[in-house]
Design a protein around this ligand. Structure first.
Ligand SMILES: Cc1cc2nc3c(=O)[nH]c(=O)nc-3n(C[C@H](O)[C@H](O)[C@H](O)COP(=O)(O)OP(=O)(O)OC[C@H]3O[C@@H](n4cnc5c(N)ncnc54)[C@H](O)[C@@H]3O)c2cc1C
Length: 271
């Protein structure tokens, strides 16, 4: 399939990208790694009149410690996160999860900002960011604001971003040597998760169990009240309405959520 015709604008800075979004409004779409947007354009499920290329903004790609947090530029590609010494030392869940995204080609093109903004409920890195209780820094014509991850993903392909804003940075608390676990169930190694569970510091997030990535709140509450891992994990699907599709029906997803949560918590408990 061939995308519909579009105008192409390359932004050299975040300010240029915001100016282009302000000028073109809903007609414009940001292009980062293109690995989610371009397939949609080829199917004509996305038909932007203007593509604003943010893939070569120099100040957009970094992983650094900032006080008690690790700050990651939105243009950071999955493989850069996977290989970052700072991320490995300060927040090891993230580089591990980055290494589980798709295949090497996807990891060399896909960006953290792109996967966060795309809001696919099956995404690996947003699941980890949600378990880490991080925040999303966005910038628009009025300046920057920080949105907790718990308030950022609103549903399938839906976020708290305004049309003239872009994601500029992701921030997560430094977890250092705290235990963590990530369990991703796929039929083939390079696939998207059918269900995935991330666990760190008593928090659990799940992929593909709702319209967006979600926290397993019943599990977290049980853990906080002294339940065993087995007891808490048995509640992982409570209150969630997973969908059925060609990969798995809802009941199987519920089973996976409980099982993967238990495994992720067990791994995290071993430090
Ligand atoms: C074959 C294949 C396998 C994959 N497997 C997996 C997998 O196993 N797990 C997984 O999690 N993902 C997987 N992905 C998705 C991959 O992680 C994508 O890279 C990611 O979802 C989108 O990142 P991107 O940089 O390519 O974004 P793009 O495709 O460029 O953009 C996606 C959307 O986000 C918007 N956007 C991009 N950057 C910003 C920004 N900074 N601010 C605001 N909006 C922005 C765009 O306008 C667009 O709407 C796979 C993709 C492919 C093609």
């Amino acid at each position: 399939m061939i995308p519909a015709p579009f105008e192409y604008v390359r932004a050299g800075s975040v300010d240029e990208a915001i100016a282009a979004l302000t000028e073109h409004g809903d007609d414009a779409k940001l292009l980062a790694g293109g690995h989610s947007l371009l397939p949609l354009m080829k199917l004509r499920l996305a038909v932007p009149a203007v593509l604003v290329d943010i893939s070569r903004i120099p100040e957009f790609s970094y992983v650094r410690v900032d006080g008690d947090e690790v700050a990651i530029g939105a243009g950071t590609r999955h493989f850069e996160l996977e290989r970052s010494d700072v991320a490995r030392a300060e927040v090891p869940l993230l580089p591990h999860v980055a290494s589980r995204v798709g295949d090497p080609q996807v990891r060399h093109k896909g960006t953290l900002g792109g996967t966060v903004a795309h809001s696919d409920p099956a995404s690996d890195l947003p699941t980890a960011l949600l378990a880490l209780d991080g925040s999303v820094v966005v910038q628009g014509p009025g300046g920057r604001r920080s949105i907790p991850v718990t308030e950022f993903w609103l549903g399938f392909f839906e976020t708290a971003l305004e049309p003239d804003e872009l994601v500029v940075e992701l921030r997560v608390p430094r977890t250092g040597t705290a235990g963590w676990g990530y369990e991703k169930f796929t039929r083939r190694e390079n696939d998207w998760p059918i269900v995935a569970a991330a666990a760190v510091q008593g928090r659990v997030a799940l992929a593909n169990m709702a319209g967006s990535v979600v926290r397993a709140t019943a599990t977290e509450e049980a853990l906080a009240n002294g339940a065993s891992i087995e007891e808490a994990a048995a509640l992982a699907d409570q209150g969630l309405e997973p969908s059925s599709d060609m990969h798995a029906d809802a009941e199987y997803r519920r089973h996976l959520a409980r099982l993967l949560t238990r495994r992720a918590l067990e791994t995290a408990s071993r430090g």
